[in-house]
Design a protein around this ligand. Structure first.
Ligand code: AMP
Length: 571
């Protein structure tokens, strides 16, 4: 099947748009590498002072698309008491908080003041802040109208009005409130209206309140079928706080040969890479903030099987061709369907079936539907594997290895071990005990999740449009499954304990471990601490500063003639 072509490069960069330097700096600090499609299309007209009608859902980057021009226009601290320079209207209290936070983040270096106003807040505090004058007010229509009626918020100095998620505001019955608010703002204001859909009622508001608006709609109607690779596509709906735990579990169950995990920003790439490495995975970061040399090194490692997981931004992974990729993971839903198609095209090469996994936050499910509509393919929404599922998967793998060993034979020399026990114990018990040892050895060094991950049902279209809450029944709680571990004495220096997947049964002795670590990684033997040898694994204390080098060196080495697994121990 023909691999999809990379999308045409987006010409715009944040530097070339004419944003104030403080805003460009803020974006760079947040790790944004390039404008999303809605930003590339909406920023130029909005920065030029035009009105805009944008059709875009949450997750496309629309907040920055209106917030950056707004921040570029507004003069910090210029408003009189009880007035504001910019008014952003949003349907819900959650969105009011989210949008204010985003505006605060983007505009912090400019010294912009932002105030969210929504029902249920203590009014006294709002009144005090409003009295001083606020550069940007982000409000739900009902609460904004309250303040207008009290005279505690006046709109005479408003330069910019944004209606965010306008279709939701109408669905929630705010039509009249919106009319009343808009009619209280100056005629010559700039207005931007964003909506996920364009029903006639929105078109009519746009007609009456926007002045010769530029229309922006990003999604292409269809992607050519030949562009879409043969990939198993699954999505998991999880709240943000549980994404890393979910990813760990999915990686455990899916056991990818090699995977790319896509994030939206450099900062997310760096944070996720650290988290994954801390959980025992071998992950490398790839983003535009790295030097070419660093990037080349990471790509070489992935190609030569030294790396299992690459955590990357779209920009950095553009043009990358890694044939052995089995999985593509979207840690966030990509902000345009084209980006999704391009990302999943990294796997499923050469006629093999690849796997694409997407983690979706509850609010972002619309983006998923958008992608399905554009690609004409279904993305199955699945539930996150429970600890019981993971246990089941491991048992399945255990059975497979046992079956393989039974078929291959070559265990004659161990028969006597079983025979000597057979007079005391039942043969089934002996076999089960042996399996237990193997199971524990396999579990060693694995991340057995204890986190309870809520199961979030994808919201129904209707429920979501009326602002209803999503059901979130608790997932089955998981119990930690930890095998027994040999423990060393207290460390006398900054140490890390390494777990090595070979022990007494493989004939490993302390001298082999010291020899391998000193010989392969060049670490002085005097720096190697406590060594413990279990039946199927060994634990070695090494200086923290040398741990990664030792792991990398031992990966290419053999112990007693066999390649072994080495990772940081997580007891
Ligand atoms: P929104 O659609 O505004 O809710 O944004 C969705 C997410 O995309 C937010 O987490 C933003 O921080 C992030 N985001 C927005 N613009 C960009 C960009 N140009 N590059 C990377 N991430 C972005």
């Amino acid at each position: 099947m023909k691999a999809p072509q990379p999308p045409a490069p987006v010409e715009a960069t944040f530097d070339s748009l004419g944003l104030k330097p403080a805003l460009v700096e803020a974006l760079s600090a947040l790790g944004y590498e390039e404008p999303t499609p809605i930003q590339a299309a909406a920023l130029p007209p909005l920065l030029a002072g035009k009105d805009l009608l944008g059709i875009a859902a949450t997750g496309t980057g629309k907040t920055a698309a209106f917030a950056l021009p707004l921040l570029n226009h507004v003069e910090p601290g210029a408003c009189r008491p009880n007035t504001t320079s910019a008014l952003v209207l949003v349907p819900t209290r959650e969105l009011a908080m989210q949008v204010s936070e985003a505006i605060h983040r983007y505009g912090q270096k400019l010294g912009i003041s932002v105030l969210p106003l929504y029902g249920g807040q203590v009014i006294g505090q709002q009144l005090r802040v409003l009295k001083r004058g606020v550069d940007v007010v982000v409000a739900t229509p009902g609460r904004a109208l309250d303040h207008l009626r009290r005279g505690t918020l006046q709109l005479d100095d408003v330069r910019v009005v944004v209606l965010d998620e306008a279709d939701e505001m109408l669905d929630m019955g705010f039509a009249e409130d919106l009319e009343a608010i808009l009619s209280g703002t100056p005629e010559d204001r700039q207005t931007a209206l964003f909506s996920a859909t364009l029903p006639p009622r929105i078109a009519s508001i746009a007609e009456r309140h926007l002045h010769e608006p530029v229309r922006v709609k990003i999604a292409r109607e269809k992607v050519e079928q030949g562009e879409i690779p043969r990939v198993r596509q699954t999505a998991y709906v999880v709240p943000r706080a549980f994404k890393i735990a979910t990813l760990g579990r999915l990686l455990d169950v899916e056991s990818p040969t090699a995977a790319i995990i896509f994030c939206r920003t450099r900062t997310e790439v760096d944070d996720l890479t650290v988290s994954l490495n801390g959980r025992g995975w071998r992950a490398h970061a790839l983003h535009g903030g790295m030097t070419q040399e660093q990037r080349d090194r990471v790509i070489k490692q992935l190609k030569s099987q030294g790396t299992d997981l690459l955590v990357a931004t779209d920009v950095a992974a553009r043009g990358l061709d890694i044939p052995r990729l089995s999985h593509v993971v979207n840690f966030d839903v990509p902000n345009a369907p084209e980006a999704y198609v391009h990302r999943i095209g990294r796997t499923g090469r050469a006629g093999r079936e690849g796997v694409a996994i997407t983690l979706v936050e509850p609010r972002e499910h619309r983006l998923l539907r958008n992608i399905e509509r554009v690609t004409g393919q279904r993305i199955e929404v699945s539930t996150v594997p429970t600890v019981a599922d993971m246990r089941e998967k491991r048992q399945e793998m255990l059975r497979a290895s046992l079956r393989e060993t039974l078929v291959a034979g070559e265990y004659e020399s161990l028969r006597n071990v079983v025979e000597s026990l057979a007079s005391e114990f039942d043969a089934m018990d002996i076999a089960a005990a042996a399996v237990k040892l193997l199971h524990e050895a396999q579990d060693e060094g694995r991340d057995t999740e204890e986190t309870e991950i809520p199961v979030v049902a994808p919201p129904q279209e209707r429920r979501e449009r009326t602002g209803g809450k999503f059901g979130a029944p608790p997932g089955r709680p998981g119990r930690p499954e930890r095998g027994p571990k040999a423990r060393g004495g207290p460390p006398t220096w900054d140490v890390t304990r390494l777990w090595i997947g070979a022990g007494r049964h493989a004939g490993v002795r302390p001298a082999d471990l010291v020899g391998a670590i000193a010989g392969e990684a060049g670490v002085e033997s005097s720096k190697i601490g406590a060594i413990q040898i279990g039946d199927a694994f060994s634990l070695v204390e090494v200086p923290e500063s040398d741990a990664n080098r030792i792991i990398a060196a031992l990966k290419n080495a053999t112990l007693r003639g066999k390649k072994v697994l080495v990772r940081k121990d997580r007891s």
